[in-house]
Design a binder for this molecule. Structure first.
Ligand SMILES: *[C@@H]1O[C@H](CO)[C@@H](O)[C@H](O)[C@H]1NC(C)=O
Length: 339
C-alpha cells in the first residue's frame, strides 16, 4: 500500500543529492519559491483513507489539510516538491495536476520535475486515487475529494511559482526523541544482530531539514522529514485532520507568520513523510483496552473480550496529537537557522 510518493526518477535523484549534501550551507545560489493552499475537501459523510474502516466517515473538522509546494531552480533545471496532507497520492492526481500546470505554463512543469508526496494522515476523506483497492472503502470515486486535492496542489504550485526569488538552501540534521516508537518491536528483533548493532534505536530518530532563505535574508520555508505515522488521531476519530505532522506545520508557520491566518502566511513549513513504515506516534505502546494490561506477543488480549491498541502520550487522541506535534516542532527549531 505504499504509494505515498509519485515522481519522475530524475526529480527524485536531484532531491536526494540535495539532501545528502552534508555541507552546512549549499554554496550555490538558487532561485527558490514556496506556496501553500487548502486541500481539505468534504468534511462530512466521506470515509477516511488510512485505516480502511468503513464506518469511519467524516463528521466535522479538527485541522484543515494543506498542500505545501517548493520550487528549486538552478537556472538549468527546475524542480517542484509538494507535500500534501492526505493518506497517499496516486498517478491520476499527479497527472491532473501536471495537465493543469501545462495549460498554464507550457512545458515548464512535467512528469520529469514535479514530485508529490503525501504526509500519510489517516484522517482525511478518501475516494480520490482511482485505484480499485484504495477507493474500495468509499465505494468508488469521490469527485469532491479529488478536486480539492488537485486544485489545492495546483494553487500551491502557482503560489510557489509566483514567489520565486534568488535564495539559498541549508540542510540540517538532528535527533528527535520520544516522538516515535516501533509498532512491531518483536518483528524488528528478527533482523540480524550485526545489523541491529549499527543503530541505537529500533526506529530512526533523525530529522532532516531543508531551509529556504531568500537572498535578502527573508525566511521562505522549510521542509523536514522525520519518520512517524500521522496516526495520533485513531480509528475512532471522525473529524478531518492533518494529524501530528499537520499540527507541527501550523506551529512552525504561526511562529514565523505571526498573526496571519493559518494557511495564508508567506512562510511555508512542511513536515513531510519519510521512512515511517513501521513507526508509530503512540508512544505509550500497545495495551489491552480496558484492563490496561500488556498485550500478548501477537498483539491480542487472549481470554478477554477487549482490543489491543497503542495510544499516548496524551490522555486522549487530541492531546497526543498536540504533544507529538510540539516535539516535532521543537526538534525542527533546534536544527533551524531561522529563529
Ligand atoms: C481512540 O482514542 C480515544 C481517546 O481520544 C479512546 O477513547 C479510544 O479508546 C481510542 N481507540 C482506539 C481504537 O485507539
Amino acid at each position: 500500500m505504499d504509494l505515498r510518493l509519485s515522481t519522475g526518477p530524475k526529480a527524485l535523484l536531484s532531491l536526494l543529492i540535495l539532501i545528502t549534501l552534508e555541507l552546512p550551507a549549499v554554496q550555490m545560489a538558487y532561485n527558490i519559491g514556496t506556496g501553500i493552499a487548502d486541500t481539505t475537501g468534504p468534511i462530512a459523510e466521506i470515509v477516511f483513507m488510512g485505516y480502511a474502516k468503513i464506518d469511519q466517515r467524516g463528521a466535522g473538522l479538527h485541522l484543515r489539510t494543506f498542500a505545501r509546494s517548493y520550487i528549486i531552480d538552478d537556472s538549468e533545471n527546475r524542480f517542484v516538491f509538494v507535500s500534501v496532507e492526505s493518506a497517499m497520492i496516486g498517478h491520476d492526481v499527479r497527472a491532473m495536476v501536471i495537465r493543469k500546470l501545462q495549460e498554464k505554463y507550457g512545458d515548464l512543469y512535467s512528469e520529469k520535475n514535479v514530485m508529490i508526496s503525501a504526509t500519510h494522515t489517516h484522517s482525511s476523506p478518501g475516494g480520490y486515487n482511482l485505484y480499485m483497492l484504495f477507493d474500495l472503502t468509499t465505494f468508488g470515486f469521490i469527485k469532491q475529494s479529488f478536486s480539492a486535492i488537485v486544485n489545492g496542489i495546483f494553487v500551491s504550485i502557482i503560489r510557489a511559482h509566483d514567489s520565486v526569488v534568488p535564495g539559498k538552501l541549508f540542510v540540517g540534521h538532528g535527533e528527535v526523541l520520544d516522538a516515535n516508537i516501533n509498532r512491531s518491536p518483536m518483528a524488528y528483533l528478527n533482523n540480524p544482530q550485526f545489523e541491529r548493532d549499527k543503530y541505537n534505536y529500533d526506529v530512526d530518530k533523525t530529522m532532516t531539514q531543508l531551509q529556504f532563505i531568500a537572498a535578502d535574508g527573508r525566511p521562505m520555508g522549510v521542509i523536514n522529514w522525520f519518520a512517524v505515522h500521522p496516526t495520533s488521531m485513531n480509528n475512532t476519530n471522525r473529524l478531518v485532520s492533518s494529524d501530528n505532522v499537520g499540527y507541527a506545520a501550523v506551529l512552525f508557520e504561526k511562529y514565523i507568520n505571526k498573526d496571519a491566518p493559518i494557511g495564508k502566511g508567506d512562510f511555508v513549513a512542511a513536515f513531510a513523510s519519510s521512512n515511517l513504515g513501521d513507526v508509530s506516534p503512540n508512544t505509550r505502546g500497545p495495551k489491552c483496552e480496558f484492563s490496561g494490561d500488556e498485550c500478548s506477543s501477537s498483539y491480542t488480549c487472549p481470554g478477554k473480550n477487549e482490543m489491543c491498541f497503542a495510544s499516548g502520550p496524551g490522555k486522549n487522541m487530541f492531546e497526543s496529537t498536540s504533544i507529538i506535534a510540539h516535539k516535532l516542532f521543537d526538534g525542527s527549531m533546534r536544527i533551524c537557522m531561522i529563529k
